[in-house]
Ligand binder design. Structure first.
Ligand code: ATP
Length: 474
């Protein structure tokens, strides 16, 4: 039997257009079924908002980190990397303003016990739009007095809003008392600021230069949800770019453009991306200018990355609280505290955007149209049937290809089913060895997106794929 006899590909009907993802639950199921993301501690019933990356999810996530890290520390010649510890001196969080300001207003429903962020509730959002700034706690209490609980609908059941600090607190050492409390960092940025002097001196850097870091951050979010979009433990990819005051606006604009471009080069569709500048009332306590790169998730337009002009706030506060000068002297002996432009993208949130963006389906097939650099497997090799004379050369090709690419080898089930599985996990190419190929040393290579099949020499598979990846159109 040959490939063409075996493979009547019924899904290859161009009349059936592939559609975008419209609801998150479809993606959650695919991720579980295909080994991308599992609910954390599932055998114990799971734990709210915590997720584990499975074998394919971790491949994707590591590729995302690699792409970001290289774009910062390899393709940029003025950015250095660090990996700071998660636990830091507690004074760091006083200096940063997190102890005082990292609060969200929380309300409880007395009837159903649901918790809500007061500033996300409709009456408060309407008041905010009218006032042009976030209402005070008293103003929120007033408009929420007779409001209905969004969960159970009961009117007048919400408590007055109170501020809730989102940092996770724990204790260092065996005795839990106030003298030895520490926080799980709520952002990676502070690990960069406290190392500003170390990096600048050890790497002999002059302004402007940046420091990049990838790492976990923890926020005790009141309303986590929407899969991995908002969780209490997540990873950030942050870069702080230190500049002379007066040049900050120009660097802000430059990084805004560079970061938007990075998302596009990484295969995110440009029509799903936009920049939303923050109005004065949206600015964080440290920011002079800020905005979000937003992505159109199935839940609507949401922040993917924040770009902030943090001024000299952070280095100034750490100078004040630590008593160690974080001033910089330029070549004219002008002494000043550098300004900071921050780019901060959630790694998990970007992975989610990549998956939402890649998802396409019709009634016959689901295809994850990943950019090849994010595809967990770059290629899969199949013997047409489970017969030694086909399995052996297929295995040899697989062993050859996996020196270069993450490759899968699959003999289970019909060829059609194997194609469907690899479309659903986003493998750009599948290579099949059949009996004709044993005679002339050729294989069939199948393209994930177009389903086109070509006959090529077995010896050319590696270079064929390399060329296709180099010329991949985003
Ligand atoms: P949001 O308004 O969504 O809470 P934020 O403005 O507080 O986000 P930043 O502090 O600017 O977020 O954090 C930078 C990035 O970190 C965000 O753009 C997002 O991608 C990611 N991020 C922040 N909070 C979470 C979270 N709870 N879960 C997953 N990712 C997050």
């Amino acid at each position: 039997m040959t490939m063409s006899e075996q493979n009547k590909d019924s899904a290859a009907d161009p009349q059936k257009p592939l559609k975008d993802l419209t609801d998150m639950q479809t993606l959650v199921s695919l991720c579980k079924r295909r080994g991308f993301v599992f609910p954390s501690s599932e055998i114990y019933g799971g734990i709210n908002s915590c997720w584990d990356y499975g074998p394919l999810g971790i491949e994707l996530k590591m590729a995302v980190k690699d792409s970001w890290w290289k774009s910062m520390t390899q393709f940029q010649d003025d950015v250095e990397g660090v990996d700071a510890s998660i636990l830091m001196h507690p004074r760091v969080w006083e200096a940063s303003g997190h102890v005082e300001n990292f609060n969200d207003p929380l309300v409880d429903c007395k009837k159903c016990k649901a918790r809500h962020r007061a500033d996300h509730l409709k009456p408060v959002r309407e008041l905010e739009a009218k006032l042009g700034h976030l209402p005070t706690l008293e103003e929120m209490a007033k408009v929420l007095e007779n409001a209905g609980c969004p969960n159970c609908g009961t009117a007048g059941s919400l408590t007055a809003p109170r501020l809730f600090n989102m940092m996770f607190k724990t204790h260092m050492g065996p005795v839990a008392d106030e003298g030895n409390h520490v926080y799980l960092r709520p952002e990676t940025a502070q690990g960069i600021f406290v190392n500003f002097r170390n990096v600048q001196e050890s790497m002999r850097r002059k302004l402007p230069f940046g420091i990049a870091q990838i790492g976990k951050a923890f926020r005790n979010e009141i309303t986590p949800g929407n899969f991995t979009f908002r969780t209490r433990e997540f990873e950030q990819m942050e870069m702080q770019y230190f500049v002379s005051p007066g040049t900050d606006t120009e660097h802000f604009e430059r990084w805004r453009e560079a970061r938007l471009q990075w998302h596009i080069e990484n295969g995110i569709r440009p029509n799903k991306l936009r920049f939303h500048p923050h109005g004065q009332n949206e600015l964080a306590h440290y920011a002079k200018q800020a905005g979000d790169i937003q992505y159109e998730f199935p839940i609507g337009w949401q922040e993917l990355e924040g770009i902030h002009n943090r001024t000299d706030f952070d280095l100034g506060r750490h100078t004040e609280f630590s008593g160690k000068s974080l001033h910089y002297s330029d070549e004219n002996n002008n002494k000043f505290i550098p300004y900071v432009i921050e780019t901060s993208v959630g790694c998990d949130r970007f992975v989610l955007a990549v998956m939402c963006d890649a998802y396409r389906a019709n009634e016959d097939r689901v295809v994850m149209q990943f950019h090849p650099k994010f595809a967990p497997y770059k290629v899969a090799v199949f013997p047409l049937m489970k017969k030694d004379e086909l399995v052996e050369p297929a295995k040899r090709l697989y062993d050859e290809l996996r020196k270069t690419f993450k490759t899968d080898f699959d003999v289970a089930g019909s060829i059609g089913k194997r194609y469907r599985r690899h479309e659903e996990i986003g493998t750009p190419f599948c290579v099949t060895i059949d009996y004709d190929g044993l005679i002339d040393q050729s294989v069939t290579i199948r393209h994930r997106d177009t389903m086109a099949q070509e006959r090529i020499p077995m010896a050319k598979v590696k270079s064929y794929i390399e060329t296709a990846f180099q010329n991949w159109k985003v």
